[in-house]
Design a protein around this ligand. Structure first.
Ligand code: ADE
Ligand code: ZN
Length: 332
C-alpha cells in the first residue's frame, strides 16, 4: 500500500547524499574521506546546531564532481521519494557550494536536470528546481551566482536562501531577489529556523517570498502568526530536522499542531533526509505518532503540500482529488 500522495517542497538534494553513495562517489573520483567506513560516517551525525551540521554537509559534497554524480544523486532521491508517496518534488540545490570547489554551475544543473527529466516516466514524480543562495556568503557572490545561472534559467523555477541564518538577515539579498523576480522566478527563503521572527517578516516584506522555509519561530510572535494565516503564506516545516538541529528538544515539543490550529498553511518535509533520520513520509508518521494527529489532519497536511506547490492550478486540483480519495490502510 502506497503512503498518502504528497508533494515535497523542502528538500536539499545534497542533503539526500546517503553514506553508501558518498563512499561510492569518493572511490570513483579519487576523493579521500576522513571516515574509515559508512558506519563511522554515520557516527558523526550528531549535531549541536545548524552550523555543526552545515560543516559536515559541505565537507561531504567533495565527492560530487561530474554531471553523472549529480544525476545519480537525484536518481537515488527520486527512487526513495516514490516509496514515500511523493508525486511532486521542488528540489533545492546550492550552486555556490560546488562552484567554490571548481565544479561549474552547468555541470550541477545539467546532471540534476538529466535525472529530473526522466522522473515523470521513471518514478511518477514531477519536479521543479530551486536554486539557493548561501546567506553566509556575500550579496555580491549571490549576484554573481545569479548571473552565472542566467543561461540555465529555463531549468529553474525559483530562488531560495539557506545556510547559516543567525546574523545573515534576508534584507542582505534584496537586490538578487529583485533580479530573480524580474526574471519571472518564484521566491522562497529559509527564515525563522534558528533566526528570529523578524527575519520572517523581512523575507515577506523585502524579498517578497511566495513561501517561507521552516518559519517555526513565527510562533514567538502572535501578530506575525495572524498575518501569515491571513495571507495563506505556506510554511515548509521539517520536524525531524528541527529535532536533530536542536531547534526543539523533542517531537512532542514541536509546534506543528499549534501551527495548524492557528490556521497556518503548514506542510511537512524532510530538509536533509540522509542526515536527519527520515524522508518525507517518515517525518509525517513521526509527527503523527508524537503529536497524536488524526487521519483528517494527515490528509490536510498532504493537501497543503500540493496547495503550497508551484504546480499549475489544474495539476493541483488533480492531486488534491487523489488526496481526498486516499483510503488509509488502517494507520497512517
Ligand atoms: N542547508 C541545508 N539544510 C539547511 C537547513 N536546515 N537550514 C539552512 N540551510 C540548510
Ligand atoms: Zn532547509
Amino acid at each position: 500500500m502506497s503512503p498518502i500522495p504528497k508533494a515535497e517542497l523542502h528538500l536539499h538534494i545534497e542533503g539526500s547524499l546517503e553514506p553508501d553513495l558518498a563512499f561510492a562517489l569518493a572511490e570513483r573520483n579519487g576523493v579521500v574521506l576522513p571516515y574509515a567506513s559508512e558506519d563511522e560516517l554515520r557516527q558523526a551525525y550528531h549535531f549541536d546546531g545548524l552550523q555543526d551540521f552545515l560543516d559536515l554537509y559541505y565537507s561531504l559534497m567533495a565527492v560530487l564532481r561530474t554531471e553523472d554524480d549529480f544525476a545519480e544523486l537525484a536518481h537515488a532521491y527520486l527512487a526513495r521519494a516514490r516509496r514515500q508517496g511523493v508525486r511532486h518534488a521542488e528540489i533545492f540545490f546550492d550552486p555556490q557550494a560546488h562552484t567554490a570547489r571548481g565544479v561549474a554551475i552547468g555541470t550541477v544543473i545539467g546532471g540534476l536536470s538529466r535525472a529530473l527529466d526522466e522522473a515523470p516516466a521513471a518514478y511518477g514524480i514531477t519536479t521543479r528546481l530551486i536554486m539557493c543562495f548561501l546567506r553566509d556568503q556575500s550579496a555580491e557572490s549571490a549576484l554573481e551566482t545569479f548571473e552565472a545561472a542566467r543561461p540555465h534559467l529555463d531549468r529553474i523555477a525559483a530562488v531560495g536562501l539557506d545556510s547559516a541564518e543567525a546574523g545573515n538577515p534576508p534584507s542582505k539579498f534584496r537586490e538578487v531577489y529583485a533580479q530573480a523576480r524580474a526574471a519571472g522566478l518564484k521566491c522562497v527563503a529559509h527564515a525563522g529556523e534558528e533566526g528570529p521572527p523578524a527575519y520572517i517578516t523581512e523575507a515577506l516584506d523585502v524579498l517578497k517570498v511566495d513561501r517561507v522555509d521552516h518559519g517555526v519561530r513565527c510562533m514567538e510572535d502572535e501578530a506575525l502568526v495572524a498575518r501569515l494565516a491571513a495571507e495563506r503564506m505556506p510554511l515548509t516545516v521539517c520536524p525531524l530536522s528541527n529535532i536533530r538541529l536542536r531547534v526543539f528538544d523533542t517531537l512532542q515539543d514541536h509546534p506543528l499542531r499549534r501551527m495548524l490550529d492557528a490556521g497556518l498553511l503548514v506542510t511537512v518535509n524532510s530538509d536533509d533526509p540522509a542526515y536527519f533520520g527520515g524522508y518525507v513520509h517518515d517525518n509525517l508518521t513521526a509527527v503523527t505518532e508524537a503529536l497524536g494527529l488524526d487521519e483528517e489532519t494527515v490528509r490536510r497536511l498532504a493537501g497543503n503540500s500540493f496547495t503550497a506547490s508551484f504546480l499549475e492550478e489544474e495539476e493541483k486540483k488533480a492531486h488534491l482529488r487523489a488526496v481526498e480519495e486516499y483510503v488509509f490502510p488502517g494507520g497512517v
